[in-house]
Design a protein around this ligand. Structure first.
Ligand code: PLP
Length: 389
């Protein structure tokens, strides 16, 4: 069976493809995961293969709570955690429980393009939030909410990726985090904090999550093991107040089928408790830091005039193009030169800003990334020269 019918990834011979936010196959912990699977079966026996406890097995929800205490400002308890089949499933569940058709859902600008699709599945209107100084502007968001409510519309959720954002790689500054939590409390909206990249930090600890700062504001954090372990295990979590965890645990399909992805959840608990997870993440940080540097260095060398950001975490470089150049016009030229990317417009609700490209450095080796950066840089530099003064 060809790999193209096993995996989403589609190889394009001759193209160094920076468009996929997927891990490099060689970074995936095949042997450690095999060892954890065997150890989990030995330890839990038939309980690893039964219908699982509704919110997820306690060994995993407890371990997630402790791990958050190490990577965030405060730990969670197992009462605050519901295990899901990844962050995408978590977002879909939150939308199912907290929206009705016709509601307005606010999203950050720019934002994770596939979250836009997941939210759109729920027949809501998606609105990008106003920015100030490159980050979400809580005061302006308050105005948008007030205007929508005056028009008789319901606004209940604001989805954002505040830490090592996809696509920008940036993190929301602490004072904005506090202001956003205050906005959520005042306006009685729920912040849906996509915290998928928390473990992928390359310059010290990740910033405090909105969840950790929430006080009595309503914040639902969604997490994932897709980046820190493997996307194929389809495992993530919702971290929220125990009431929501209870509601999720009482869903019909959870009652019918048991906790989500139970056997993988127990393997993950074993992988975490043995120290294999911490060891693996340490290796990933070193690896991705080197991959980021290879791409950033090549781009800076090829186009010294371009402001190439070097993110402190996550998998992406959000590259601003020279004035007047759009990603849509650059893409065919880049592909002809053997490199590809995602155009920035894909990350806007209305697709109306195409001044950036998203480059993923997760999948290729440092030497491939160096070549990709030089190829793309040469095309951008060539186009800039062609532009009349
Ligand atoms: C911000 C963000 N959220 C969610 C996901 C998907 O996570 P999962 O594989 O756990 O569904 C991704 C993957 O690219 C992502 O970048």
């Amino acid at each position: 069976v060809p790999a193209s019918r096993i995996l989403q990834f589609q190889d394009r011979p001759g193209i160094l493809d920076l468009s996929w936010g997927h891990p490099a196959p060689s970074s995936l912990p095949v042997r450690p995961w095999l060892a954890a699977t065997e150890a989990s079966m030995q330890r839990f026996g038939p309980a690893a293969l039964g219908y699982g406890y509704w919110p997820g097995p306690a060994p995993l929800t407890e371990w997630i709570g402790q791990r958050l205490g190490q990577t965030d400002l405060r730990p969670a308890t197992s009462a605050d955690v519901f295990v899901t089949a990844g962050a995408s499933h978590a977002l879909d569940l939150v939308c199912a429980l907290r929206t009705s058709p016709g509601d307005i859902v606010l999203v950050d600008t720019p934002t994770y393009h596939l979250a836009i699709e997941t939210i759109a599945d729920h027949d809501v209107e998606i609105v990008g939030v106003p920015l100030d100084d490159g980050f979400i502007d809580p005061l302006a968001v308050g105005d948008v909410v007030a205007a929508a409510r005056r028009a008789g519309r319901r606004v209940r959720l604001l989805y954002l990726v505040p830490t090592f954002n996809n696509p920008t790689g940036r993190s929301l500054p602490l004072e904005r985090r506090h202001a956003l939590v205050e906005l959520a409390r005042r306006e009685r909206i729920t912040l849906v904090e996509d915290d998928t990249y928390r473990e992928m930090s390359y310059a010290g600890p990740a910033p405090a999550s909105l969840w950790s700062l929430a006080g009595d504001a309503d914040v639902i954090r969604i997490g994932s093991f897709a980046k820190s372990v493997a996307p194929g295990i389809r495992l993530g979590f919702i971290n929220a107040n125990p009431d929501l965890v209870g509601t999720l645990s009482r869903l019909g399909y959870v009652n019918s089928g048991g906790g989500v992805n139970h056997a993988a959840a127990l393997t993950m608990a074993t992988f975490g408790a043995s120290g294999a997870f911490a060891e693996h993440v340490k290796g990933l940080r070193t690896r991705y830091r080197a991959q980021r540097d290879a791409l950033v260095d090549a781009l800076r060398e090829a186009v010294p005039s371009l402001a190439v950001p070097s993110p402190d975490g996550g998998w992406f470089i959000w590259l601003p193009l020279p004035p007047g150049m759009t990603a849509a016009t650059l893409l065919p030229l880049a592909e002809a030169a053997g490199v590809s990317f995602l155009p920035g417009s894909m990350f806007y609700v209305r697709g109306d800003d195409d001044s950036h490209v998203r480059l993923s450095f997760s999948m290729l080796s440092p030497s491939e990334l160096a070549v990709a950066g030089h190829r793309l840089g040469a095309v951008i530099a060539g186009q800039s020269r062609r532009r009349p003064g």
